[in-house]
Structures are given as C-alpha cells and as structure tokens.
Design a protein around this ligand. Structure first.
Ligand code: AMP
Length: 358
C-alpha cells in the first residue's frame, strides 16, 4: 500500500528476493509503479481497491502512514497483513503516539492535549515557553507545527486549534537520532543508529555512526527500542526518532514503515531496511546488519536535483545517487538521496556540503 520512494525501494528488494509485487497509490505516476509487476491507481480509503490489492497478494505491507483503520481493520482479519493496523493506529495521532511510548517504557518530552484557548493556556502554564504546538493528526516533515517562544506568539497559535492539537515542551536537543528495527515477533534486529540533521522540519542529513553517541548510550537506546517493540507486540519494521540531550534520549515520533534515515543502509550496511522488511514478510529469518563503513546520507529535495544529477554523472566510487523518478520537482519535495560510503561528517562538510543549496 503506497507507491512513493519507500514503496519503490521495497519493490527493488522484493525482486532481489524473488518476489513479485503489486502496488496501490492514488498517483498514476507513483515512483514504485516504474518497477512493480502490477499496480492499482486508487485512493487510500478506497475499500474495494484495497481489498483487490489484498486478494491478489500473498502478503501485504504499507509504506504510507495514513491508511485509515476503517478500511484496514476489516482487511487484516481476512488477509495476510502481518504488521496489522495496530502500529499505524498508535502512530497516526501524536497524543496517542506519545501516551503509547510512555506506557511502553520510553521517555518523552512533557506534552499535553490542547483543543481550545483554555486548554492551551493550561498546557502553557504547565510546560512553559518555548513550546511546540502540533496538529495531532496528518502532520509530517514539520507541517502543522508552530513554535511558541513567548506570550506574543499565542494569538498566532489560536487558528491552529480548529483541529485537535498537542503542545510539547521545546527540547533544546544536542542532536537528533533514529533507530530502525525489524521484528519477527520473537527476535528484533536493529540497524546502526544514525545522527540526523533536519532543515525546515525535513530530514537533510544522516551520519552513521552517530558522533556524540557513545557505546553506553547506543546500547541503552537499542535496548529501549527493542523492549518497546516487544512490549507493543509489533511485528515488521519500526523506526523511532529521538532527541538526544545531555546523554539522555527522548522519544519524538515513530513510523511503522521504512524510514528516510534508514536509506543509508542500502549501501552502508551488510543488509538494508527494505530487504529485512521483505525477509520478514516472506517468513525468512532476519539478518543482523553490520555497518560496512562510516556513511553519510544526503536527502535530495527539488532544489538540489540538478546538483545530484551532476554528481551522478561523475560516477565516483562510494557515492551512490538514488533518484526516485518523480515527474514533478518542487523545492521541498524529496526527489532522491545520495549515500556516501566511507565518509564521515568532517569529510562530508569539507568536500561535499558546498555542492548543495545552503
Ligand atoms: P516531527 O514532525 O515531530 O518529527 O518534527 C519535525 C522536526 O521539528 C523534528 O525533527 C525537530 O527537529 C523539530 N521538533 C519537533 N518537535 C520538537 C520539540 N518538542 N522540541 C524541539 N524540536 C522539535
């Protein structure tokens, strides 16, 4: 379900493992359609189309987070959708997502539900400034968010309250990091933790290994992530984004699908996030990934597409350019990514950062 770049990369790995693929997406030119063996153009809430996808498939997964429960829940009873609706349900609402994270052992920033001016004022009294107001549903890549630095920002926040929101403490984090895990219900494997840099709320860079995370913190994060997955009884793939501050980690959000910060695994690890998801779906034993070499992943948004095409033409060893084949390029749209294998943050900054839009 879903034919974006994540779907495209799932399809690639499924083919390498000998599977055939069928993909559903509302856009007739969805990236994954270029490679999938079949496709269905339909909306994510088109129950008949989703049922057709399930009927024609041995196993179903999703790369899109907002497939509605009203269609997925009846389908998961009849068809093989091993991740099920549960992790989507838990992640589709930021309030539920954080309640669930806390209930299953992860520390979060302070937060409170906000529905109107009175509850916003009460939440601000408890959490204080600065704080971040987010819509509870349908937010992504920094959309539907407002940072409140002081009283003067409150009037600007009020129009957002036409939909249910959550107010979070603004975390003055040292940096952000994420972990991608795959579980078969018994064993959980995890990919090396990446250090993430966002720009305008969108992932820009991912550095692995994550400088600033020592062995102790790394193993505490991995253990907490694995315990969380087991405690929630999730199966399949899950990515968790954390804020790191003073050697502690705080849950920010999760996604039960391959994650942008895990794209580096395709060339940077001995096995990758898409491949292990497919191995899980096919009932094959999971493989614990190893980092091949220090790796940097740079996201290519519309404004960097030309630079990426030039870099692709240079054909340098260790520089892997992925372009998703989207027909329309827009400044903040994810058009591709580049993985630099055998490179660390310092080398990237010195030799490559200037080639992209600042
Ligand atoms: P999200 O969609 O919640 O992942 O937010 C997008 C980005 O906004 C995050 O990756 C952070 O860089 C920033 N952000 C979100 N929430 C907070 C917070 N509570 N404190 C500080 N920065 C935040």
């Amino acid at each position: 379900m879903g034919g974006g770049q994540l779907g495209l990369m799932i399809v690639e790995q499924a083919h390498l493992l000998g599977a055939r693929t069928l993909c559903l997406d509302p856009a007739p030119d969805a990236p994954a359609f270029a490679l999938s063996d079949g496709h269905i153009v339909a909306a994510y809430d088109d129950a008949a189309a989703l049922e057709e996808l399930c009927r024609r498939s041995d196993v179903v997964t999703y790369e899109f987070e907002n497939v509605p429960g009203s269609v997925l829940i009846p389908l998961e009873k009849k068809y093989n959708i091993p991740q099920g609706f549960r992790p989507l349900y838990d992640s589709q609402d930021r309030l539920r997502e954080k309640d669930n994270a806390r209930a299953n052992g992860l520390r979060t920033p302070l937060y409170a539900a906000v529905d109107d001016e009175a509850s916003l004022r009460a939440a601000l009294a408890e959490i204080g400034f600065p704080a971040v107001l987010k819509t509870r549903t349908l937010g992504y890549d920094g959309h539907g968010q407002l940072v409140l630095k002081g009283e003067a920002d409150v009037p600007r926040a009020l129009p957002m309250l036409s939909v249910p929101c959550i107010l979070e403490a603004f975390v003055p984090f040292d940096f952000e990091a994420s972990i991608v895990m795959v579980s078969d219900g018994e064993r959980v494997i995890h990919f090396p933790i990446g250090r993430n840099v966002h720009r305008d709320g969108i992932l820009d860079l991912c550095f692995v290994p994550a400088e600033g995370i020592d062995d102790g913190l790394r193993s505490r994060m991995a253990a907490a992530g694995e315990r969380f997955m087991k405690s929630c009884r999730y199966r399949g793939i899950l990515a968790i984004e954390f804020f790191i501050r003073d050697g502690e980690f705080y849950f920010n959000e999760m996604a039960p699908r391959p994650h942008n910060s895990g794209h580096y695994t395709i060339e940077g690890c001995t096995t990758n996030q898409f491949r292990e998801l497919v191995r899980f779906l096919l009932g094959e034993p999971l493989q614990e990934p190893q980092l091949v070499a220090p790796t940097v992943m740079k996201n290519i948004l519309g404004q960097d597409l030309e630079a990426a095409e030039r870099i692709a033409a240079e054909n340098r060893p260790g520089v892997h350019v992925h372009l998703y084949g989207k027909t329309e390029s827009r400044p903040k749209r994810k058009m591709g990514h580049i993985t630099f294998v055998g490179m660390d943050a310092g080398e990237y900054g010195a030799a490559w950062a200037d080639r992209f839009v600042k």
